[in-house]
Design a protein around this ligand. Structure first.
Ligand code: PMP
Length: 295
């Protein structure tokens, strides 16, 4: 990703892509304290930008630091990066971190930096997964308990387990890993939330120790608009065999059907397909509204 043309917003200015470097002694690289976001632009309009920016700032606060930019400034930076790179459909990655001004576990002197990058990113699990459903492994690692880590922050340290779980899944020919929580209940995937369908109703774990995803909440809203019952509650792995469909939600993953988790099989059913279509039409409605306002 580092060797290409383009622009990255870094601490207030757009810098050429290759020059967006940081020092090896940056605090967050050593101690895992970067806070980041991931959002998509559709037809040049970033979906739910305000919510992503709010979560970015909250993630940093949960890690004990404040991002020295207002929500409006961060929103403007994200939009500027999409435009400067000539992108229309894009993935946008803002990231905040403690710098190299001082290196020690506690380093209040370390400056808080902020950068935003954006690039084209197609179907997160590939086009085939959208049609046939993703193959999902079950991770050996579990999501940490809420009394062991700031589990509601989207922060780099919490992704160490995700990377290991996903790499192991890929080595087994899967494209994603499902993680249980510390109690053994179904939690989430390494980059997405999880839903199940049984007899026309939706089931999804209560997000009490993992990210309550923006896409997750959006999809719950879409399902309710269709009059569907959404059961948000604890889900134990033993219940998986009773579900007919399964899908993942995330800003990058959008709505991706799941065909298998370990030895459990799911059909890519009408309800999943309908919600995936509803989601696609909603994410593009912002740009349609802008077009009709302009007309
Ligand atoms: N869980 C994890 C671990 C994630 O990385 C993501 C993606 N940010 C999600 C859930 C889904 O969150 P969102 O819908 O806000 O992108």
């Amino acid at each position: 990703y580092e060797d290409r043309d383009g622009w990255i917003w870094l601490d207030g200015t757009l810098v050429p892509w290759r020059e967006a470097q940081l020092h090896v002694l940056s605090h967050s690289m050593h101690y895992g304290g970067a806070a980041f976001e991931g959002q998509r632009a559709y037809d040049g309009v970033i979906f739910k930008l305000d919510e992503h920016t709010r979560r970015l700032k909250q993630s940093a606060e949960l890690l004990g630091y404040t991002i020295p930019w207002t929500d409006e400034e961060i929103n403007a930076a994200c939009n500027q990066v999409v435009a400067a790179n000539g992108l229309s459909d894009a993935y946008v990655r803002p990231i905040a971190w403690r710098g190299a001004e001082k290196l020690a576990v506690s380093a209040p002197q370390a400056k808080v930096h902020l950068a935003v990058g954006a690039w084209t990113w197609g179907a997160y699990f590939g086009e085939e997964a959208l049609r046939k459903g993703a193959k999902v492994d079950i991770s050996d690692y579990r999501r940490p308990a809420p009394f062991t880590a700031p589990v509601h922050s989207k922060s780099s340290g919490l992704y160490m387990i995700c990377t290991i779980a996903k790499n192991r899944a890929e080595a087994k020919g899967c494209s994603e890993a499902m993680m249980l929580d510390w109690r053994g209940q179904v939690a989430e995937a390494t980059s997405a939330n999880i839903f199940f369908v049984r007899d026309g109703e939706l089931f999804t774990p209560t997000p009490d120790c993992f990210l309550d995803g923006i896409t997750r909440r959006t999809v719950i809203g879409l399902a309710e608009q269709r009059g569907l019952t959404v059961n948000e509650r604890a889900i134990w792995p033993e219940e998986l065999e009773s579900f007919q469909q399964c899908f993942l939600t995330g800003s990058a993953a959008e709505v991706t059907p799941v065909a298998e988790i370990g030895s459990w099989r799911f059909e890519v059913g009408d309800l999943t397909r309908q919600l995936a279509r509803d989601y696609q039409s909603l994410v593009r409605s912002g740009s349609r509204a802008e077009l009709s306002n302009a007309a």
